[in-house]
Structure formats: C-alpha cells, structure tokens
Design a protein around this ligand. Structure first.
Ligand SMILES: [Zn+2]
Ligand SMILES: [Zn+2]
Length: 916
C-alpha cells in the first residue's frame, strides 16, 4: 500500500479520519474535486474543484483588512497561540546537529525528532507548543526569486503537541485553533477557507492531514500522526502527535496581497536594494508581470523554472512586448529577490555555526553565496552593494523576532567578507576558463553535467557563465543535481561483529561509577575464539568517542584492545597460552593506570582547547572530530582559514589559563531534552547521542559537551597543554595537534635538548643560540662569496689544464669527463663555462653527487656544438642513470638516481663523442 492507497483508505472513512467538530459547527460540506478527485471541505455550496486548480485570487485584493508584514504576521500568530495556552518555543538551529541524516533543519517537526536505532521518536520540550522554525531547503534554488513563492530559507510555524500527554489535544481542537488563527488572527472570512484531505508518511510513522487554503494559496497543513509501523503493519501510537506546519511567508503574503511574497517578507530589504541600485522599472509592467506569474504558475508543478520561462513568453505576448523587453524589465527585480533570499539564508546558517565550504552542507551555502555575488557582478552592482550590508539590513529587521541574530552580526559579516574576497580572487582563474570556453566551440553544447564539473573543479557557477554570455540560462536541473550530489554522505564504518554476544546482558561499566577504579573483580561470561573475553563488569574503557581504549591485564593475561559491541564490552587478550580464563571463573582485572591517566588528560584538554578555539576565533568553530591517546591529542575544528601563529598562541594561552584556574569538571546525566534546552545544541560537539539520557561533561561553564569519555576532576590536573602543530586539512577544517600533562613536559624537554645540541654545535649557549645561528648563516654566506671570487681567479689556469687533459678524439671533439663527490654544481658550471670559452672544441661533462642522486652538467664549445649538442648528451647520460635531462646546443643538464651506473654513463658519453 502506497501513499495513494492510504489516501483512498482514509478518505473512504471520512467520519473517522477527517471530519472535525468545526465542520459540523460551521456547516462545511465534503466534496470530491471534479478535476482530480481529491476530497475537500468547504462552505461554498457551488464550488466543485479543489484549490489546486485555483489561481491566486488574493493578489491585489487580500481577503482581510489586516496588513501584516513578516514580523507582524509572527507577532499576531504568537499572540493568538499564547492566548490559547501554547508555550512559544525559541527556534532551533537551522544546522541540524541532532540528526545524523540531515545537515539542515527542513521542517519544524524535525526539531522534536530524535533517532534511536531505526526509530524516530518525538521529544517535545513543552505541550502544546508553537515554534517559529527557520528551515533551509536547497532543492528549488533555480526558482527562488522568480516564482514569487520559493525560498531557500523560510519560517515554518510549527504547532505541535503530544495528544496523549498532559496539555495535549487532537484533531478537533487543532483545526478549531487553526481556523481561529486564520479568522481572528489574520482576519480572513470563513468562506474563504478550504480544507483538503491528504496523507502524510514519515520514517516509522504516518497519519492523515488537512491542508488549508485561502484563495488558492496553501497556508498550512495539519498532520495527525496517529499510526506507527509501516502502511502494511501498523498500530495506533501510544503518543499521537499533532504536527501542523504553516508558512509564515504565506501568512504575511495573504494579508498583504503583494505581487510576490518577497515584497512583504524581507522587511525593508527589497525597497532599500531597489534604491541602492537605482532600479527604475515601470512599476505597472512589473506588478502585472509578477501578478501573472503568481496567478498562473501551476500549483501542482510547484513552478519549475522551465514553466516560468514558458510563462514569460505568454505574458510578453499578452502585454504586447517582446520577451527580451520583458526580461529586461523584470531581471533587476528577480535579482533583488534572489539576493535577498540567499543572504537571509546565510545570515541564519552562519549565525548557527555553519561555514560555506566545498564539503557537506557548507556546499549549498557557498553555492548560493556565489550565486548572489555573480548576480551582483552581472548587473554591475558589485561596487554599490556589499553582501555584508544586505546581511546587516536583514538582521536590523529580523532581530525583533530573532534577537539572537544580533549576537552573531559580526561573525556573519566576517564570513561573508572573507568568502566574497575569495570569490573575487578566484574570478581571475574563472575568467581564463571562460575565455577558453568561448574560443572553443564547446560552449554551445555544455550539458548540465559539464556545468556541474565546471562548478566542482573551478567554482564556476552557471550564473557566471550567463554573465559572460557563454550560456543563455541556467538549466532547471542544475541546482537540483548539485544538491543531490552533496546531500548526506554519512558513512558508518562498522568492524566485523564478534559472534555469540547477542544474548549477553549489558556489561556493568565501572569506569562510569568511579574513574579511579583500576583494579576490579568480575565474572567471565563468555570467551570467544580463545581471544575475546566478556565480563559481567569492567573498569576497562573501550575504544569510542575518539578516545583510545585502556590496556592492562586480566588474570595476568595481557589485554591489548577493548571495544564495545552494542552494550557489551569485549576485551581482546594476547599471549595467554594455557592461562586463558574460563567461563564462569571469577577473575581479577588491572587497568594500566599510567596510560589511562595520560589519555584522560588529553581528553579533557580537547574540551578545553575546543572552547578556547571558539573564543579565540569565532562562533563558527565546532569540533569536527577528535582523537586522544597516550602521547598526544588531535582536535579538528571547523574554521575558514589556516591559523596564523598569533591565533595558535592565543588559543594556547586561553587554554592554559583555564587549566591554571583549576575549574571543576562536573559530570552529570540529564534527560536529553532538558540538556538541549538548558545548554543548547552546543553540547553535540562530538556528534549525536542516540539515547534519551545524555552524559554532560561541564567544565564549570567554560565548555559543556555531551561526552562518554574519561575526564580529570579539575582542569589543574592537566598541568599544561601545548599545541605542536596546526594545519588546514580540508576546506573549512583545521587540525590542531597537541600534547598535555606529562606528554607536554616530555615534549618541552625534547625541544630543550634539541636546542642544547644546536647551541653546542654552534659553540654557543642556549640563550644566545638565535644570535649565533644568524652569525653562522652570515659566515656561511660570506664563505660562499669568497669561494666564488676565488673560483674566478683560479678558473683560467684550471680551464687550461682541463683543455690539456681532455681526450682528443678523431671526431675532432676534445672530451673532458669527471665524476665528483666533493665539489658542487656551482663549481662545475663556472668551470665548464670558462673551459669551453678557452677551447672551442671541448665537451665538458661533469657528474656531481647530490644527496641520493647524480646531477649531470654538460657544456659544448662553439666548434663542438656543430657536431654534438650538449642537451642531447645530457639526455642520454641522464637516462643511463635512470633519470631524464635535456638542454640546448651549448648547455645541457639532468640527473638520475642510479649511482651504480656512473662508469657506464661516462663511457656512453665517450662513445657518443667518438662515433661522430
Ligand atoms: Zn482537485
Ligand atoms: Zn569528549
């Protein structure tokens, strides 16, 4: 049974599923659409088709006397639901940190969904509640700004409740409230409202729904999630969920009746951009066009950009102007709408800690930012408008509704500026690619795949190619395909499971009871293949959360690896011989305390450094991954650029300050929802926690993370942390390698003794080592200079003797060959030049020992050149040495690695010169 069959099933029993008390009370009648056979409920007796086939009848004539801009539409909604006993919950981040399968929050209900195993569970922080949830979706990018109603970021008003928990309600009350919101809140007349029957299917749960429309515009959809399981095997959920989602953009639009929803949803942004760019288009033409698009765009197709293009043609005809004329009128507005949307989305994403990049969800952010920048460039606006200024305009307006945006104003500006400057510096390379595209004939035949390749390899957006006149339009599937390529690529790496552990009870974890337990007694529950041991309880920490496992002994047998399989801890032993413990035996276990202690210090140090990095760099810093072992730790953070030496020092200073302050490290288990509300989603630095309880490691408010690792009791125990290396390992990720505790001391001592040996070699002391080194460098430079001068003096007599020593061959060539382990190439270049000057018949060949290989240098005098080319000899000799070489008539060079063929190489040269 699919969605369609399910719809048929639900609609076959409307009294059970769809009929709500409001319909009886108000006299709504149920009808079957004469065009698509969907069922709908209306007060209009004459109506025989559902709103899917209805044009937007509210444009220019809104069905209410209220005029609510975006923020006021929210205030009205908030007021209504608050008065009706709903808790108003602050929006959740647009970066979905609590679901592994999503980068971005795509719907309001996602806020309250947690995945445990394969099951989606609902966790509501209040009941009932309403949330103004900003949602990001990147599957319709090409329609944004054109259709009048598509966005990459929009606010979904989520009205949610658990019907079976205190405060909950079911469909009658839900529809009563939504009807009240529309009529009392927005001032819409009851006759204008139509409800359409539909179904909703999600992961592991489904239900039926009533979509509500006003004059052709879908305003919201109330989903009654009643069943769990799949459509073939299901039961009524013990906690049924109401999930009503309505578009705030649409609430505002229906009351304003503007040609597009963009005109009323970006506050003053559109107007300001029109002023700033001096866009001066015939308002009448414009209004008529966008009205027509909104009115005529098929609700069903969702407005694909190809249908928008067809519409443009049609509308141009109606208006009696050419398509080009119309496009010229419309383009600046489409641009302003698109840019407004894209920058607003970026404001939310960056505020919530995401960075534009080439990987993961950051990909979409860079795509839309580059698109906005391309458009600014194409319309010649790049000197008038800066993207960060548009972001400021958005924040100025939206902070009434989302005050937290104010806190991130500077971060948003920093990132947008940085990305814009990166874009403009990459334009040079993009320009040269564009030039070669223009000259090759391929431009005409660029497919969507070609365009995707161009973006992936050179960052060239189709908008840029449009700007260059290389393509005429952006293919409607480009952004969809691109988004598909970069959606969730979460890979789970699972090692091969050990068989026979399925029925064992969960291991009791002594390290959570008390980390200081390093000796313990336990009963052996299972031995597999003579090398895996499962105990009823253990103090051994298993590999996990980037923390390396404990080692130690069980009954004197070495434990070399500890892992966790489901809830069972498995100890891998080695070298037990005949002493392998037997099942049912009581054994004594000992954890290697020193190793545990060092790993623990590195683990807490990771948390300290993570927050130090965020404080030193910016709020976009999140842990990307981490690794802690005995001798060092590694922390990968999200950051846009390579760290400067100053930044590294700043992080290090902050971290060590927190260590010296000796803050207590408090570990407590919380209900997951409570932890999220109390500490925010910052707790998920190490990824998602798949249980309803979370273990929170709180370093006295400095750093608060959900973490299952071992930790010191107070930061002072770490002693010292030292960053030994930082490097940018991928776009948007910087790796810090560090040492803590005793490992830091060892590291310092090692540096110190290295310094001492250098000082000794320089005949200096440690405090003067830099001076001495500088002096030694100067001396070396001076010596080189002297040598060069000496070489000039002695080169004439040496050159003469070379000429005398050269073999006078029958071919008329004077051949001089030498292999040298002591003198360098500087010497042979100087000497060769001089020698061929004195003896025009001379061929000078030197093989110079250089590290692992041989360098080949060949000179040929003016007369010799006529018979044999220096470059050709260099090539042959080098290839004999297993390398390559070349050059011109007079000078050739090359080299190879086969030191054992030096003699052969010299003989070869002689043969070549002899055989001429
Ligand atoms: Zn219909
Ligand atoms: Zn941790």
């Amino acid at each position: 049974m699919g969605k369609k069959e399910l719809a048929t099933l639900f609609s076959s029993n409307p009294d059970r599923y769809y009929k709500v008390s409001l319909f009886d009370k108000m006299g709504f009648t149920r009808k079957k659409c004469t065009r698509c056979e969907k069922f709908f409920w209306t007060l209009d007796i004459a109506r025989d088709f559902c709103p899917d086939h209805e044009n937007y009848g509210f444009i220019g004539k809104p069905p209410t006397n209220k005029r609510l801009d975006y923020v006021n539409a929210w205030k009205e909604t908030e007021k209504f639901f608050r008065a009706n006993d709903h808790k108003i919950v602050r929006r959740y981040p647009v970066v979905c940190r609590w679901r592994e399968d999503l980068y971005f929050t795509i719907a309001s209900i996602v806020d309250f969904q947690r995945v445990i195993g394969n099951q989606v569970v609902f966790e509501l922080p209040a009941n009932p509640l309403v949330v103004p949830q900003m949602c990001l979706r990147f599957n319709d990018i090409e329609n944004v700004g054109l259709s009048g109603r598509h966005y990459t970021g929009f606010c979904m008003i989520g009205q949610t409740c658990n019907a079976d928990a205190p405060g909950g309600y079911w469909k009658d009350k839900c529809i009563d409230l939504d009807f009240g919101m529309l009529t009392k809140g927005l001032g819409i007349k009851a006759e204008d409202i139509t409800f359409v029957e539909d179904v909703w299917m999600g992961a592991g749960a489904f239900g039926y729904s009533l979509e509500y429309f006003v004059r052709g515009l879908e305003l919201g959809n109330a989903v009654f999630t009643e069943f769990e399981g799949n459509e073939n095997d299901y039961r009524v959920m013990p906690n049924k969920i109401i999930d009503m989602g309505a578009g705030l953009e649409r609430f505002s639009w229906i009351t304003m009746g503007t040609p597009t929803s963009y005109d009323c949803c970006f506050g003053p942004v559109v107007g300001k951009l029109v002023d700033m760019t001096g866009t001066d288009t015939d308002q009448e033409v414009l209004t008529k066009y966008f009205e027509s698009v909104s009115l005529k765009l098929d609700n069903k197709t969702g407005g694909s950009s190809s249908s928008i293009r067809d519409l443009k043609l049609l509308i141009a005809k109606e208006m009696n102007i050419s398509e080009e004329q119309l496009s010229a009128f419309v383009a600046p507005y489409e641009a302003i709408y698109t840019i407004s949307d894209h920058i607003r989305t970026l404001v939310f994403a960056i505020s919530d800690g995401a960075l534009p990049s080439n990987v993961g969800g950051g990909y979409n952010l860079r795509v839309i930012l580059r698109r906005a920048l391309s458009i600014l460039e194409r319309l010649g606006w790049k000197n008038t408008i800066r993207v960060e200024d548009i972001a400021e305009l958005h924040i100025d307006y939206l902070r009434q509704m989302y005050p937290e945006l104010e806190d991130h104003r500077q971060d948003v500006k920093t990132i947008l500026q940085l990305e814009a400057s990166r874009y403009s510096s990459s334009r040079e390379r993009m320009n040269s690619v564009a030039m070669s595209l223009k000259s090759s004939k391929k431009a005409k035949e660029l497919t969507v795949d070609d365009l995707i390749r161009l973006y992936e390899s050179d960052g060239i957006t189709p908008d840029f190619l449009m700007e260059q006149g290389i393509v005429q339009n952006v293919p409607s599937t480009f952004y969809t395909k691109l988004a598909e390529l970069h959606t969730s690529q979460v890979s789970s790496q699972s090692s091969k499971p050990i068989p026979g552990l399925e029925d064992l009870p969960p291991t009791k974890l002594l390290y959570y009871q008390d980390e200081s337990i390093h000796h313990f007694h336990a009963k052996v529950l299972k031995v597999v293949e003579g090398k895996y041991i499962v105990l009823d309880q253990t103090a051994f920490y298993p590999r996990g959360g980037g923390q390396e496992p404990d080692t130690g002994e069980i009954e004197g047998v070495k434990v070399v690896e500890v892992t966790k399989q489901a809830d069972v801890v498995v100890h891998k032993i080695e070298g037990g011989g005949g002493r392998i413990p037997a099942e049912e035996q009581t054994v004594h276990g000992t954890v290697n305390s020193r190793r545990r202690d060092l790993i623990t210090k590195h683990h807490t140090a990771t948390h300290v450094l993570n927050s130090a990095s965020r404080n030193a760099l910016g709020s976009w810093v999140w842990q990307n991954s981490a690794f802690k072992e005995e001798t060092y730790g590694r922390l990968d953070i999200t950051h846009h650029s390579t760290l400067t030496r100053e930044e590294v020092k700043k992080i290090e200073r902050m971290a060590n300050w927190v260590i010296r302050e000796n803050h207590p490290v408090i570990i407590k288990t919380y209900d997951r929802g409570d932890a999220e509300q109390q500490f925010s989603f910052r707790i998920y630095q190490g990824g998602i926690v798949p249980t309803s309880n979370v273990r929170i490691v709180n370093i006295n408010g400095w750093d608060i993370e959900a973490c299952g690792g071992t930790h010191v009791k107070s930061t002072g125990e770490i002693g010292l942390v030292k960053i030994v290396k930082s490097e940018r390992i991928q776009d948007g990720v910087v790796r810090l390698e560090f040492v803590a505790g005793e490992a830091a001391v060892s590291y310092m001592q090692q540096l110190d003794s290295q310094l001492a040996s250098i000082a000794q070699a320089l005949g200096s002391s440690r405090d003067k080592v830099v001076e001495s080194f500088d002096k030694a460098m100067q001396d070396a430079e001076g010596t080189k200079k002297k040598l060069r001068a000496m070489l000039r003096v002695v080169s004439v007599p040496i050159a003469k003797s070379i000429s005398e020593q050269a073999k006078k061959l029958d071919s008329g060539i004077h051949l001089y060959t030498t292999y040298d382990e002591e003198l360098d190439d500087d010497y042979h270049i100087a000497m060769g030049e001089k020698a061929i000057e004195l003896d025009k018949h001379l061929v000078y060949l030197a093989l110079v020992s250089k590290g692992q290989g041989i360098r080949v240098i060949v000179f040929a005098g003016e007369a010799a050149c006529k018979k044999v080319k220096a470059g050709a000899i260099a090539k042959q000799v080098s290839s004999k040495l297993g390398g390559s070489g070349g050059g011109d008539n007079r000078f050739g060079q090359g080299g190879g690695k086969s030191k054992d063929r030096i003699r052969e190489a010299l003989l070869l040269a002689e043969e070549v010169a002899r055989q001429l």
